[in-house]
Write a protein that binds this ligand. Structure first.
Ligand SMILES: CCCCC/C=C\CCCC/C=C/C(=O)SCCNC(=O)CCNC(=O)[C@H](O)C(C)(C)COP(=O)(O)OP(=O)(O)OC[C@H]1O[C@@H](n2cnc3c(N)ncnc32)[C@H](O)[C@@H]1OP(=O)(O)O
Length: 291
């Protein structure tokens, strides 16, 4: 799916426009102009994001440092998007590792406090920022690896699933999954689609219906993560793994992209049809109540 988005962002101007409408792209850029990284190795920091970029390897490491649990607030999401935009614009940056500076937690998901009791304008901006993060990671031209060094529920799990590869700390105290159902929330369809693309239809059905959080071992078993390593080794393994991914010529990447793009389009058409059916059904129910 991520590759599919990459392809359409590269090759389909119409879809790019569609996606940019969905994602309110430019929302982040409007706040702070991106700057190109000139040094061989550099580090740029916002309050909540620290990026170390090694120009010799072309790999950047994004450290999420929003205490206590890297919850995805509007401010944090905006900082993430700005950091991503900057890296994306620097063509020498080919790989990105995302990890957490917070102990025991990769990301606690969407910031619940930022969704509750806020103005409609704030909610709209917040929700657009969530979509923007998703699109930017999924559509990135960089190879992305999530170094999941702690628990990663809900939106945190989504963030990790938008990456090409996930390495998780092998600590049974940590968990990962889309647990929205347990919170009485329905996960949006694109959360669901992202999970289907990661672990398949049946596993997603079980995961979402029951709001399951998986231990690292269980997550590995269903393919929600790709590799488990000792807690101390998550980041080093991620950078080593990146070297392998970057050794693959980009052209092959684009070929796979076309296959996934086809699947993604089919999925989108199905989703639109299903929305139309739901609207028609809702109207019918409404009419039958009137008479
Ligand atoms: C705005 C319009 C939106 C419209 C759309 C509406 C619905 C669509 C739904 C979209 C789908 C939702 C996706 C989500 O991501 S919802 C968030 C789900 N997240 C969780 O369920 C995680 C809850 N947190 C935990 O499980 C744990 O905190 C932990 C991440 C495993 C870490 O555990 P631990 O190290 O033991 O830390 P604490 O539990 O003690 O937490 C420390 C402090 O952090 C606060 N916290 C935790 N999670 C969140 C969060 N998601 N948002 C905000 N704050 C969070 C927690 O309250 C503690 O604060 P305190 O120290 O002040 O008490």
């Amino acid at each position: 799916m991520k590759m599919a988005l990459r392809a359409c962002l590269r090759t389909k101007p119409g879809l790019t426009a569609l996606l940019s409408q969905l994602s309110c792209s430019g929302h982040a850029a409007a706040r702070r102009a991106p700057a190109l990284v000139a040094q061989r190795s550099s580090s740029s920091t916002s309050q909540k994001i620290k990026v170390d970029f090694d120009q010799s390897s072309g790999v950047a490491v994004m450290h999420m440092q929003s205490p206590p649990v890297n919850s995805l607030s509007l401010e944090f999401l905006t900082d993430v998007c700005i950091a991503l935009e900057k890296l994306e614009m620097d063509k020498s940056c080919r790989g990105l590792v995302v990890t957490s500076s917070q102990p025991k937690v990769f990301s606690a998901g969407l910031d619940i406090l930022d969704m509750y009791g806020k103005s409609p304008e704030h909610c709209a901006e917040f929700w657009k920022a969530v979509q923007e993060m998703w699109l930017k990671f999924y559509g990135s031209n960089m190879i992305t690896i999530a170094a999941v060094n702690g628990s990663s529920p809900a939106g945190g799990c989504l963030l990790s699933m938008t990456c090409d590869y996930r390495i998780m700390a092998d600590n049974p105290r940590y968990s990962i999954g889309l647990n929205e159902t347990k919170l009485g929330i329905v996960a949006p369809f694109w959360f669901k689609d992202t999970m289907v693309n990661t672990v398949g239809h049946r596993a997603t059905e079980m995961a979402l219906q029951l709001g399951l959080l998986y231990s690292p071992a269980e997550a590995l078993k269903i393919g929600l993560v790709d590799q488990l390593v000792h807690e101390d080794q998550v980041l080093t393994t991620a950078t080593e793994t990146m070297t392998k991914w970057l050794a693959i010529p980009g052209i092959l990447n684009i070929s796979y992209t076309c296959h996934f793009f086809h699947l993604w389009c089919c999925n989108l058409v199905c989703t639109i049809c299903s929305c139309v059916c739901q609207v028609i059904a809702a109207k019918k129910i409404h009419l039958s109540q009137d008479f």
